[in-house]
Design a protein around this ligand. Structure first.
Ligand code: ADP
Ligand code: MG
Length: 887
């Protein structure tokens, strides 16, 4: 830091600044001075850039002027949001003494440090998304991960094994899948692992801000003590944590310590640390999550267009967050899934009950975050009032839950705590519409506290006297426009305009002269002012005290409040799923343990909603079920062929999405469905098709494919989309062939493989459990109509060039493309293949997909490419490159 060289010259204020600055490394220090937060030195320079503040300087004349910037205290929220969202951390240093009563310089302390992962302020959080802080602790062959939602108190940890065997190419980074599921805003890492592969992997992850912590804060024993100290227990066994979870526990302790350091407040809402057991959830790795667009779209990273966006009918933020959680963590226990489905079904059948529940829930506030703010002593009077209003809904909600038949609804009824005492306490203490701030009075109801009422009467009486005094003075002086005013500097005063100045009596004491008026005081006025201010000051202090008492009382009920909040969240999610199912005509899936899949008239949940009603073509998907009743093993792998744009990718994703929906406990957009519980889902998109990653290379594709081959089991569901495309045609075909063979012979998992390599349609001849499906198209007068209907058998020709025509690619390009295609089909010298494939079979394996709007700017580029002058192979490559740009 560029501090002044000669420390002795610092003013006491700047000296304090330097001390505080030294205590809060790595943060932007917001230093409270009167009505402003000031920033100095580099912080000021950063703030000038990030916050658009004007950069000035302190000690301008001196040899070392200090750069400085600031903003008024009431603008804190907005500036904090900007700082945090641009990846900074902010330390807030407040005046912790009343300047009026302080002797000497006002004492200043850091009251909290705001970081992306430790937000609790309503204004800085997205109500519908959880905001997690995570900590990662690698040790030997394991990685511990802990994560906390500070704004609700949800705290979990897991120990992930890091296989490091050379064969399992992709499995080194298994912990990244966990982080992808959690999506933390900030992630703590020990600072000594900079060379550790875990650290390098984290650095590549786009998303969380990485915060380095000293190595000692990740020491196992130290961390355990932090946890025991916080929970006030002797062991962690009560939380179902054992030695197996050591790394996870260490990460949790390091995390909690960081939260204690930054929050500097009670954390009474963090009441347990839950172990996350990987086996009880459907494993969805990071790549799969991304490519299936569960919670955000791949290209823009937005919620709109993702699965959750069409799924979410919740009416509370608690429900919205839980829905996201259910979607990110589908279950694998058939009975647990059925419990959810039973409850959804009950609500689908009783649509009136469902509607009434939702009406009540719609009035609820975010009880989870409210009670967390109470526990961290950050709740405002208005927060408590919202909390009580939410509690007031509970008796009616509980009445509706009485006498339900499904286990889950019964359980919710049993767990719903009315918290009547808390509610009564708040209602009898607070006024109906309390203010946001706890310091300015007007919080406590009249009749609640005799002493307070007395003080208020005093203040009121004084004010009344002052009003009467004004009338008397007007009468006395004949200055009808005279009025009593008040400001913080002079207190109460009498204001007289210039024209009447000659009428002012001599006993008035002049205090201030403004342009057209003068302000006076009188001894009498001052005496009453003194009474009013004293009474007001005392009543405000008393109100604050009463408010804090109330907040503490409510805080001690935090566990019950959290339990009730959880009930509301679950109820909201169930009602949301039921509403969607009822409105969109979803069916209840039959859940079985056998690895099969039978979807009849299935629809893609997102596309079905985005397309005009009735335009989406439903399709069947049947795997692992013998169709003709014979002993012939039922196919479990399907190769889907068909022209570009036919609907292959949509179809195979649909199968994965419906499986996920079923395992989270949702009804499905299908006529009927029988879903064998999957343990893992893998979705892979061939390199040239995968657009999100930017640096998608063939190597990435192969690493990820290796991971499937190494970790899929016969209970997994694998979706492969154009795998093998990232290399030359022959290499690609060979790899796709080998992968299919391996999955068929060694894994035996349900697999849907969309491919444009027609050569692969030969596979069923040698592999009994593979079948061919294709997407039907209708050809008329050389034009193609996509029917989007999946039918048995292999596609028999390529339609790539027709697609280009439909899309409005200029005629000369099409002609040229046809020439290239026929050249390639007979030319043997263009590529070196590893596998001998007869020329006959290579026909139709080339496709061009140039699907653009007629006015697309890339069309000009296409014309400029002068395809005529290129060799066939170069022309094809150029077109493929263009194709890449198009997407
Ligand atoms: P492919 O992978 O075969 O090239 P896609 O799955 O990407 O094709 O689908 C191309 C487009 O066709 C999609 O964007 C979608 O709009 C439309 N489509 C796909 N499947 C269907 C369907 N079943 N019903 C209606 N439209 C569909
Ligand atoms: Mg596709």
């Amino acid at each position: 830091m560029s501090s002044t060289k000669d420390e002795t010259k610092l003013t006491p204020m700047m000296q304090r600044y330097q001390e505080v600055k030294a205590e809060t490394p790595g943060t932007i220090l917001l230093f409270r001075m009167g009505d402003f937060y000031e920033l100095f030195h580099e912080d000021a320079q950063i703030a000038a850039k990030v916050l658009g503040l004007t950069l000035t300087s302190r000690d301008k004349g001196s040899a070392n002027p200090v750069p400085m910037a600031g903003f008024p205290y009431h603008a804190l929220e907005g500036y904090l949001r900007k700082l945090i969202s641009s990846g900074h951390k902010a330390a807030i240093c407040e005046q912790v003494e009343d300047p009026k009563t302080a002797k000497g310089m006002v004492r200043r302390e850091v009251t909290r440090i705001v970081t992306p992962g430790t937000l609790t302020d309503e204004a800085l959080l997205d109500p519908r998304r959880s905001n997690f802080l995570a900590a990662v602790c690698p040790f030997k062959d394991r990685v511990g991960i802990a994560w906390l939602e500070l704004s609700t108190g949800k705290f979990q940890c897991v120990d992930v094994e890091q296989k490091d065997d050379a064969g399992a190419l992709g499995s080194r980074l298994a912990f990244l899948d966990e982080l992808a599921r959690i999506e933390p805003a900030e992630c703590l890492v020990p600072d000594h692992i900079k060379t550790h592969p875990v650290f390098t992997a984290l650095m590549e992850l786009d998303g969380p801000i990485l915060t380095e912590r000293p190595a000692w804060s990740f020491a196992a024993q130290h961390c355990k003590e932090i946890l025991l100290g916080h929970f006030g227990t002797k062991t962690l066994e009560g939380f179902d944590l054992s030695d197996e979870d050591t790394c996870g526990i260490t990460a949790a302790g390091a995390l909690l310590e960081y939260v204690q350091e930054t929050q500097k407040t009670s954390l009474g809402h963090i009441v347990r640390l839950e172990p996350y057991r990987q086996g009880t959830n459907l494993l969805i790795d990071e790549t799969t999550r991304r490519s299936l667009e569960l919670t955000r779209t791949q290209r823009e990273g937005q919620r709109d267009g993702s699965l959750v966006s069409v799924l979410d009918e919740t009416c509370t933020p608690m429900g919205a967050r839980l829905l996201m959680d259910w979607l990110s963590n589908p279950l694998t226990d058939r009975l647990a899934i059925e419990r959810r489905l039973d409850a959804v079904e009950e609500l689908v059948r009783d649509s009136r009950l469902c509607r009434e529940l939702r009406e009540l829930l719609g009035e609820a506030y975010d009880l989870q975050r409210l009670s967390a703010r109470v526990a961290t002593l950050r709740a405002s009077p208005r927060d408590l009032s919202s909390l009580a209003k939410t509690l007031a809904l509970l008796p009616r909600l509980k009445a509706k839950l009485a006498g339900r038949t499904s286990d889950l609804l019964k359980m919710l009824d049993a767990r719903l705590e009315l918290c009547a005492e808390v509610r009564a306490e708040i209602e009898s203490t607070l006024v109906d519409e309390p203010p946001l701030s706890a310091t300015e009075g007007g919080i406590v109801r009249v009749g609640r506290h005799a002493g307070l009422d007395e003080l208020r009467d005093l203040a009121q009486g004084g004010k009344k006297w002052i009003a009467e005094y004004q009338a008397k003075q007007i009468e006395r002086t004949g200055i009808s426009s005279m009025k009593v005013g008040f400001n913080k500097v002079f207190g109460y005063y009498l204001e007289v305009t210039a024209v009447h100045m000659h009428k002012v009596p001599t006993d008035y004491i002049r205090k201030q002269t403004l342009k057209n008026l003068e302000r006076f005081i009188t001894p009498e006025l001052k005496e009453y002012e003194e009474r009013v201010l004293r009474a007001e000051g005392q009543s405000q202090a008393l109100e604050q005290e009463l408010f804090q008492d109330l907040r503490n009382k409510v805080g001690s009920a935090c566990p019950q409040l959290q339990q009730t909040a959880e009930v509301l969240a679950v109820l909201d999610v169930l009602a949301s799923l039921a509403t969607l199912a009822g409105r969109q005509g979803y069916c209840r899936p039959v859940i079985v343990d056998e690895p099969c899949l039978e979807i009849r008239e299935g629809r893609h949940p997102v596309l079905d909603r985005l397309k005009p009603a009735g335009e989406f073509v439903p399709n069947d998907a049947v795997l692992g079920i013998s169709l003709d009743g014979s002993d012939k093993p039922a196919p479990i792998m399907a190769l889907i062929t068909g022209p570009n744009m036919a609907g292959k990718s949509t179809y195979i994703r649909q199968a994965a999405l419906l499986t996920i929906l079923a395992q989270m406990g949702s009804f499905l957009p299908a006529g009927s469905a029988r879903i064998g519980v999957a343990d893992r889902i893998f979705a892979r998109v061939g390199a040239s098709d995968e657009l999100g990653k930017g640096q998608s290379t063939f190597m990435v594709e192969m690493t990820e494919t290796a991971r499937i081959l190494n970790t899929a089991t016969n209970r997994s569901l694998v979706i492969l989309d154009e795998i093998g495309r990232g290399t030359s045609t022959y290499d690609g075909i060979s790899l796709a062939w080998a992968i299919t063979e391996y999955l068929h012979d060694h894994v035996g998992c349900r697999t849907l493989f969309a491919t444009h390599y027609h050569e692969l349609t030969e596979l069923p001849q040698t592999m009994p459990r593979v079948c061919n499906w294709n997407v039907a198209v209708h050809e008329e007068n050389g034009d193609v109509v996509f029917l989007h209907k999946i039918v048995p058998g292999a596609a028999d020709r390529s339609y790539g060039i027709h697609v280009a025509r439909l899309a409005g690619v200029p005629r000369e390009v099409l002609t040229r493309a046809n020439v290239i295609l026929s050249t390639l089909e007979t030319d043997h010298h263009d590529e070196v293949g590893k596998m001998k494939i007869p020329a006959r079979k290579r026909q139709n394996s080339r496709q061009l997909s140039l699907f653009v709007e007629p006015e697309h700017p890339l069309l000009d580029e296409l014309r400029d490419m002068k395809l005529d002058e290129l060799t066939p192979l170069a022309a094809l490559q150029a077109l493929h490159k263009l194709q890449g740009k198009l997407k």
